[in-house]
Design a protein around this ligand. Structure first.
Ligand SMILES: [Zn+2]
Length: 398
């Protein structure tokens, strides 16, 4: 068993210890005592240094020992150890903040905490409630912060699980329990590292909530993280406000106005594009010279782009009497065929036959059909289409 110094002193970050065993070529180190917190109970493992060598991970072994995983082999049996305090204190603020949040959720809202995740950037509690309304979220956040301002002491106690312990959650094991108590508010069995009073938790910010089956997963950040988050939010909002040349509080209304204006402009652009295509189609129809069967043809074979751009023009062209329009894109092998109702041509049927012959696919109705062939087959498919259009017209007129 490794003696755990953090059980009684969460603020110890410089300590000495003796190496009891090494494994993995000196990179997996066991000490007689440690202040390094191993990953457990939802709290991440500490980082730090042993004799100046970086500790990359700390894990709990099944035999009750703590394994320190180092970046390089350790040579000496006597060690000078140092915890990465900035990271540890951040984790302490999150963990104590979680106890405070879970206590308020249980005591004042009736929502039990089912599970906890204390992450590297964001932490979450899974709460036994179907949903948290925006108004309730504001009330909960306010209450948690008020209790932080009251600066209530957090104490660590040890007691036997068989006793009358008045814990928020029934203990999962027998024997001696480590209890983290927030004065007059909460008592929880916990092996984690905690701050000395609720004031040290600092600001508690409630963020996103997500529905997970019958639970709500609520994101929160405390202390230094809450400060960093608030700063990042202010920077982001400030950049948007600068774009809109307005104050931070006016950003939502400005964004709504811009959004609505953009939608209206897009709608207008679509209407104008349709008008232009219609105009181009009518103009092309007027300019086209009818062949000996009285049929007018329009062809648009582009190198690249989308055949969709030609669709409205083709349809407008074929709104005229006895008209056939053919469009294609060389780069993609896309083909579009349109025919007027009195052309005697079934665009869907003719295109389908040409596509099948060229190993392509597509379809449509008698007035408009669209498909594609492998680009290398495009010329052959177009030749086949022109040929069929010609033959049909002759037979229709014959
Ligand atoms: Zn805990």
């Amino acid at each position: 068993m490794t003696a755990r110094l953090y059980y009684t002193d969460c603020y110890l970050c410089d300590f000495t210890a003796r190496v009891t065993e090494v494994a993995d070529d000196g990179r997996r180190v066991y000490l007689d005592r440690t202040a390094f917190y191993p990953e457990s109970g939802g709290q991440a493992a500490d980082r730090g240094w042993i004799n100046g060598v970086a500790v990359e991970d700390v894990q709990e072994d099944e035999d009750g020992r703590v394994a320190h995983l180092l970046a390089a082999p350790l040579t000496s049996a006597d060690t000078a150890c140092r915890i990465d305090w900035e990271r540890r204190y951040d984790l302490m603020q999150q963990h104590s903040g979680q106890h405070l949040l879970s206590a308020v959720c249980a005591n004042e809202f009736g929502w039990a905490t089912v599970s906890v995740h204390l992450g590297d950037t964001v932490s979450t509690v899974d709460l036994e409630t179907a949903a948290i309304s925006p108004a309730l979220l504001v009330r909960l956040e306010r209450r948690v912060n008020e209790l932080a301002w009251e600066n209530r002491p957090l104490r660590i106690e040890f007691a036997d699980a068989a006793g009358e312990l008045n814990l928020r959650k029934a203990p999962a094991r027998a024997g001696t329990l480590r209890i983290v108590a927030i004065e007059g508010l909460d008592r929880s069995a916990c092996g984690g590292t905690h701050v000395r009073s609720t004031g040290e938790i600092g600001l508690v910010l409630l963020r996103r909530q997500e529905k997970i089956r019958a639970l709500v997963r609520l994101e929160f950040v405390c202390g230094g993280r809450a400060l960093a988050r608030a700063r990042a939010d202010a920077e982001a909002l400030g950049q948007v406000a600068q774009l809109y040349a307005c104050g931070l509080d006016d950003v939502p209304a400005q964004a709504r106005r811009q959004h609505d204006a953009l939608r209206a402009a897009e709608k207008q652009a679509r209407t104008l594009a349709a008008d232009i295509a219609g105009h181009r189609g009518r103009e092309a129809y007027q300019a086209a010279i009818p062949d000996e069967h009285g049929v007018r043809r329009w062809e648009a074979i582009a190198a690249d782009g989308s055949v969709d751009e030609a669709r409205a023009v083709a349809q407008s062209f074929c709104a005229g009497s006895r008209a056939v329009a053919l469009a294609a894109v060389r780069a993609t092998g896309a083909i579009l065929l349109a025919a007027s109702a009195d052309s005697g041509l079934d665009a869907g049927r003719i295109l389908k036959l040409a596509l099948e012959a060229a190993g392509g696919r597509g379809g449509g109705n008698a007035r408009l059909a669209q498909g594609s062939v492998p680009p290398a087959q495009l010329e052959a498919a177009l030749a086949c289409l022109r040929d069929r259009i010609q033959t049909l017209r002759q037979s229709n007129n014959g």
